[in-house]
Design a protein around this ligand. Structure first.
Ligand code: BG6
Ligand code: MG
Length: 220
């Protein structure tokens, strides 16, 4: 039976994927590095430093670890500037209703995000505290050695929830995230286009509801 739902944050609960793009664009424009929406797709679900490395590789730029750290921090400060106005109005449609429904049904709700800004964002969206009315738990990305597409983040989420991975659904907008969910042995729902290996793909978070998740879960 369905006992827990693992939520990605950026691009599933709120549309911050767009803000990550803007922040990277500001940094890469300053440095004269090329960066576009297509490359940005490869950064979804990938850690801050991992994302920078993808951009550097693409531009055939090599930097010392210290320099990489500085650029990653600068991107984060640009990103944090963009987060200032984020509020409950930015929760994607259907998500808050889904969280409440799952809570009523006794299905655990976990955050499985690679973002070190996750708690701040959850609080700004007024979906905190954790544990609280909307989420039972969150994984600390600093405690994860292998990021998505490795299953570690999702496996930690199921351990924290004390639920077997086979009783979990993961919801993701990134290919690395879908691959991580599947590697963890969970059912994967993809949000968006062009996601491979998802058990079910939706185009809009409004399609999510308890009965929808149950149907997907029972089919697989
Ligand atoms: C993921 C995003 O959720 O978090 C990535 O999809 C991002 O784009 C990653 O790089 C890390 O985020 P942060 O907030 O720690 O820089
Ligand atoms: Mg995401």
């Amino acid at each position: 039976v369905l006992r827990a739902v693992m939520f990605d944050l950026d691009g599933v609960i709120t549309d911050t994927a767009r803000l990550h793009f803007k922040a990277w664009k500001r940094l890469t424009d300053e440095q004269g590095w090329s960066f576009d929406e297509k490359l940005n797709e490869n950064l979804k679900g990938i850690s801050r430093i991992g994302s920078l490395e993808i951009i550097l590789n693409y531009n055939k730029v090599s930097l010392t670890p210290e320099k990489k750290h500085l650029f990653a921090e600068r991107k984060n400060s640009y990103y944090n500037e963009l987060l200032v106005d984020l509020g409950p109005q930015d929760i994607l449609p259907g998500i808050q209703e889904l969280l409440m429904e799952l809570g009523k049904k006794g299905v655990k709700r976990m955050i499985a995000s690679a973002s070190k800004n996750a708690l701040r964002i959850i609080n700004q969206l007024q979906l905190g505290p954790i544990p609280g009315p909307y989420f039972e738990g969150i994984v600390d990305p600093d405690s994860v050695t292998c990021g998505k597409p490795d299953p570690e983040l999702f496996l930690q989420a199921s351990e924290r929830a004390n639920v077997d991975p086979r009783d979990c659904i993961g919801i993701e907008d990134a290919q690395a995230g879908i691959d991580a969910i599947k590697a963890a042995g969970m059912i994967a729902i993809g949000v968006g286009q062009g996601l491979k290996h998802a058990d079910k793909t939706i185009h809009d978070t409004r399609e999510l509801s308890y009965s929808f998740l149950e149907k997907v879960f029972e089919r697989y």
